[in-house]
Design a protein around this ligand. Structure first.
Ligand SMILES: [Zn+2]
Length: 280
């Protein structure tokens, strides 16, 4: 079996039992419990990755201020990437010679029917297209990982996120830990069941990487330049983004920017996200 270094990117909206915004926001009621659940789902993936043959695991804290995971509760075999800002966003660590990425606790894109659906910044962005594909965080960051030659080995989250993943990467396993009835409601596995499912899916997906005779499929955007198109939540946000000279205004609430790589597009989107804070 080949040695493998695995990156686990962990968000919170796709964690079992997380339905409400208050659970995702530092300082709000129930956030402290939700971040502990997030840490335990990360641990389940760490355990599965090592059982599947990983020799090294990096865990990337990928929600909000990127400082949610409780490191005193984290599996001691893993190292954790935290803090903001960072160039690679939710894929920080993908440039450190990793062999595969696990997306744990991820959610569906803005305007979809998934639990707590949004794309990078729910205040700023209504819809995002990259290279002509309408994408959420799963697609944007799968494309970024692909640019580094790294496959997404598995994901976990709600059923709508799973459908979004499978539209891009039909073979990639997904641990569905909850089913959406709406943006803030649905049915969830228990925390214990969700963790065992994440661990077994992680184990099998890392094993699959070790056993693969050919590179696993990746979601690669071939276009060059790659157009990043963003429909903003309000025209006032488009006013702010259009201050940046390479941003072109398409209409009242939509802007575009030509990017020479997925990394440039992700950096542009995250820079616009930061710019949007002047209107909050
Ligand atoms: Zn999040």
């Amino acid at each position: 079996m080949k040695a493998s270094k695995i990156l686990i990117s962990v968000d919170i909206e796709g964690v079992a039992g997380v339905w409400r915004l208050e659970q995702t926001q530092a300082g709000q009621s129930d956030y402290e419990r939700a971040r502990a659940w997030m840490t335990q789902e990360a641990n389940a993936a760490v355990r599965g990755a090592f059982e599947g043959g990983a020799t090294e695991v990096l865990v990337n804290d990928s929600h909000g201020h990127f400082g949610n995971l409780l490191i005193d509760a984290l599996d001691p075999r893993a190292q954790v990437i935290q803090g903001k800002p960072r160039m690679l966003g939710m894929m920080a660590g993908v440039d450190q010679a990793v062999d595969g990425v696990l997306m744990v606790g991820w959610h569906s894109r803005a305007k979809s029917r998934g639990v707590l659906a949004h794309t990078s910044n729910s205040f700023a962005f209504a819809r995002v297209w990259l290279g002509g594909h309408e994408l959420g965080e799963v697609g944007l960051y799968a494309a970024l990982a692909a640019e580094f030659g790294v496959p997404v080995l598995m994901a976990s989250g709600c059923d709508v996120m799973a459908d979004e993943l499978h539209a891009l990467l039909p073979q990639t396993p997904c641990a569905v830990v909850k089913w959406s009835d709406g943006a803030r409601s649905g049915r969830s596995l228990s925390a214990e069941h969700a963790r065992s499912l994440i661990a077994s899916t992680a184990r099998e997906s890392v094993q699959r990487l070790a056993d693969a005779r050919a590179p696993l499929p990746v979601f690669r955007l071939e276009a060059s330049p790659i157009e990043l198109r963003v429909q903003c939540q309000t025209p006032a946000l488009a006013d702010v983004f259009a201050l940046w000279p390479t941003v072109e205004r398409i209409d009242g609430d939509t802007v575009r920017i030509g990017c020479d790589s997925v990394l440039a597009a992700v950096r542009s989107l995250n820079a616009m996200s930061t710019m949007s804070s002047v209107l909050r």
